[in-house]
Design a protein around this ligand. Sequence first.
Ligand SMILES: [Zn+2]
Length: 390
Amino acid sequence: MENATQHIRDIDIKSGYRDYFLNILQKLVETETPPADPASHKALFSILEKELEGLGYEVSMYNGVKSGGQLFAKPKAQKTGCYQLLLGHIDTVWPTDTLQKMPFRNEDNTLTGPGVYDMKAGVAMMLTALKVIYDHDDVEPVVTPILFLNSDEESGSVESASRIKLLARAMNRVLVLEPSLDPDGKIKTRRKGVGHFDVTIKGVSSHAGIEPEKGRSAILELSYLIQKLHQLNDPENGISVNVGTIDGGISTNVVAPESRASVDVRVRTKADAKRLTNEITAMESDTEGVTLEIKGGFRRPPLVQNKRNRALWQAAKEVGDQLGLELTEGTSGGGSDGSYTSLFAATLDGLGAVGDGAHSPTERVFLNETLQRIPLIVNLLLLPPLNEQG
Ligand SMILES: [Zn+2]
């Protein structure tokens, strides 16, 4: 690989690029982007559009309905027909005005603010990496970098998933700048598939005092079902099943005519996703006169360690070694859009910020550790095409 690879070894991350990264990140964090808030998403996209145009990129926007849509960017002067994708999202899980409680701060090597770790720092890393390449006339990626950012990832990528899959088919490789795993910054080479199921149980109502025998409680039936669902948990094989919310009934003196539950299921393999979908949707009521309806399935497939994903991981490890970064890998229990691209192209996920506390009030980024990953992204972008298929 050494000969075929162009390298930028000495990127002056400590001075100029550090400031660039921090400036852009502050703008991104201080422009809040709650889930399903199209106006705020568009405001952030327009900051990025201006920035990307300054880096020689041409930006197109796709409209959303419940989200601010997606941003697609490619170099104005396109040199090759071989592409790689920088993939990420600009929405956060945080409601408007979280900034007042969690302002953007940079203290003691720690950055805070809503969405700073998941994944506004990752977006700022993309821009900084593209700026490094833009500033260095002596290097030119052989595989053209394309950038795609959605604004509905935290709500399941409903409006963007089909476009992401389509785009992935044309890519030699996909770099997902979601946060890395654990405070030591593992790269995510596996992700669990995420399934969601909705349960509706219909019983028969009656007066709980006068003629309870005529009733069939949908709540009692739900209690049986919860037991059956939780029995599917198999931590050794990476399977988790969680009944996350339940509700039902009308009043204490009425035998409940209806109850509902929502269920989260996570698996490591496609075979488990299929098996659990079949098992869960085939569950039946134990009580005569009570009906059970279970709808749902797996939206995000698991990100698996196939041949081409392993080849990209190996390439990243080698680049890391050359930069003096010892990269380690891990499995994430959460889903990302990398699970979609992995169906069609070599995908490496968790290449974004090093930090901790995604989706929690302790969300934070470790500045120096994150800055060290920018040369990694730059040099990954400079790699020749990967040939490994599979
Ligand atoms: Zn994320």
